[in-house]
Design a protein around this ligand. Structure first.
Ligand code: NDP
Length: 296
């Protein structure tokens, strides 16, 4: 069997197009433009690139983008002051603090200081708490996990009743994706670095989500025939033939897994493009919430 490829670029463009149209309607009907504020502390090259592409996507979709930059030695108070100002700014619907923050800053306190209704990254503890609770829904779903679910749904992969195995339990990917799958009635197993016999768990899965940060760790012999495999990992693999001396690969060994799986996301071009698309969708939602309040 050769797996069908889940094309994240195509699905992300579909999401972006929906957002673009909804933003245009909001402008036309209410004269209201959604706004996203990005907060970048320091000059981490990866963070700078991420923020730039988030701001560019905002512009493409008609969302106002407000960029704030602080030096790498900014104090906790400076960062929280900035967040407070953005919380109070009615032109800002969503606030995205680019992680990781420099080590001397208390990341948790900064995330807690973001207004719940502007938490478009979905990392506020109240949002995560609602995600974990039965019968409750968060205002915003964290973007990468949300993207994984949309990839499955748009590819027609059944989630209800499916055995889902998530490898990785981080706050930003593994744990929220597990909670989302459970909310959609999958039977969920979460594996991590202390899991005994990882392969045995993964082999039972109808849906595998790999969010590990380990180059091509999930191999074809670990996959149940026909399973859907979502590869969140982004790793640099040395490659002397590549211009940069490396190429990007996932946590899944694409070549061996595609021979066994029913569906698989590539890296790049799978989960990656979804993350920004879902951020745009969350920003639109934040604007809808603000608009509903304004017109009440
Ligand atoms: P973390 O390092 O925070 O978490 C990794 C998880 O994998 C941990 O739970 C860890 O277990 C587990 N793990 C590590 N080694 C093993 C192992 N040998 N066997 C089983 N489990 C293991 O990473 P993130 O969740 O932040 O990111 C995961 C990957 O996803 C990275 O490659 C990252 O670059 C990528 N990523 C991609 C995004 C996108 O937009 N496509 C967005 C965010 C991340 P333990 O808890 O026991 O330490």
């Amino acid at each position: 069997m050769t797996a069908s490829i889940i094309d994240g670029k195509v699905i992300a463009e579909r999401v972006r197009e929906q957002v673009r149209q909804a933003v245009a309607r909001m402008q036309e009907d209410y004269g209201y433009t959604p706004g996203l504020a990005t907060v970048l502390v320091g000059e981490n090259p990866a963070s700078t690139t991420y923020v730039r592409s988030k701001r560019k996507t905002c512009e493409e979709l008609g969302i106002r983008s407000v960029g704030s930059e602080l030096p790498a030695d900014a104090t906790q108070q400076q960062v929280e002051h900035l967040v407070a100002a953005l919380n109070a700014d009615p032109a800002v619907n969503g606030i995205l603090v680019q992680l990781p923050l420099p080590k001397h800053l208390d990341e948790e306190a900064v995330l807690n200081s973001i207004s719940l209704e502007k938490d478009v990254d979905g990392f506020h503890p109240v949002n995560i708490g609602r995600l974990a609770m039965k019968g409750r829904d968060p205002l915003f779903i964290p973007c990468t996990p949300y993207g994984c679910i949309v990839l499955l749904e748009e590819s027609g992969i059944p989630i209800r009743g499916a055995e889902a195995v998530i490898v990785g339990r981080s706050n930003i990917v593994g744990l929220p994706v597990a909670m989302l799958l459970q909310k959609r009635d999958a039977t969920v197993t979460i594996c991590h670095s202390r899991t005994r016999d990882l392969a045995e768990h993964v082999r039972r899965a109808d849906i595998v989500i790999a969010a590990i940060g380990q180059t091509e760790m999930i191999t074809g012999d670990m996959i149940k025939p026909g399973a859907a495999v979502i590869d969140v990992g982004i790793n640099q693999k040395p490659d002397p033939t590549a211009k940069r001396g490396y190429r990007l690969v996932g946590d899944v060994d694409f070549e061996s897994v595609k021979e066994v799986a029913g569906a698989i996301t590539p890296v790049p071009g799978g989960v990656g493009p979804m993350t920004i698309a879902m951020l745009m969708k969350n920003t639109l939602r934040a604007a809808e919430i603000a608009l509903a309040k304004r017109d009440r």
